[in-house]
Design a protein. Structure first.
Length: 98
């Protein structure tokens, strides 16, 4: 009986987590009306301001945290780099504790 409950719980967990799976960005490499695509440096900037953009996006639906009209991997790398800079980057985790 316990095994059956554990299996059902695992199936329910897997189904609920699979709903969070990322899809491909259909607007990547498609410029906005002005013909511009967000690149690496805009990704860094958007990563740096992501906490503030998130707070503003809660009240203004015209503001996004992430630019969907981007050039793909380089924008993503810049965004992660900027977010790592603003959130500390995990560098303190490698130091020894005294």
């Amino acid at each position: 009986m316990k095994m059956m409950i554990a299996v059902l719980f695992l199936i329910a967990l897997l189904l609920s987590v699979s709903g969070c799976a990322a899809r491909p960005n259909e607007l990547a490499n498609k410029p906005v009306e002005t013909g511009a695509l967000a690149g690496f440096w805009q990704g860094v900037w958007h990563g740096l301001i992501s906490p503030f953009a998130f707070l503003v996006s809660l009240f203004d639906h015209g503001i996004g945290v992430y630019d969907i009209h981007n050039n793909g991997g380089w924008y993503n790398f810049g965004f992660i780099l900027g977010a790592a800079i603003i959130f500390g980057g995990g560098g303190r985790g490698s130091h020894r504790r005294r």
